[in-house]
Design a protein around this ligand. Sequence first.
Ligand SMILES: [Zn+2]
Ligand SMILES: [Zn+2]
Length: 75
Amino acid sequence: MLGPKLRQCDDCVKIGALWVHLRTCQSCGGTHCCDSSPNRHASKHAKASHHPVVASAEPGERWLYCYPDEAFAEY
Ligand SMILES: [Zn+2]
Ligand SMILES: [Zn+2]
């Protein structure tokens, strides 16, 4: 399981935006913001990079989400 290196969305930090929740890409370990965030960097990253699975990067949350399958899995 890949977790967040830093608890921040790098893409949001670059543009000075705020996020709601964070997700960590299970293909490359990048941490991005969720679909409740204004910029939805996790979905954009999944589509652009073809990295399908993210894990919640929120403390205490233990689940994975697969974008192409729209499927949640707890672990
Ligand atoms: Zn972001
Ligand atoms: Zn990735």
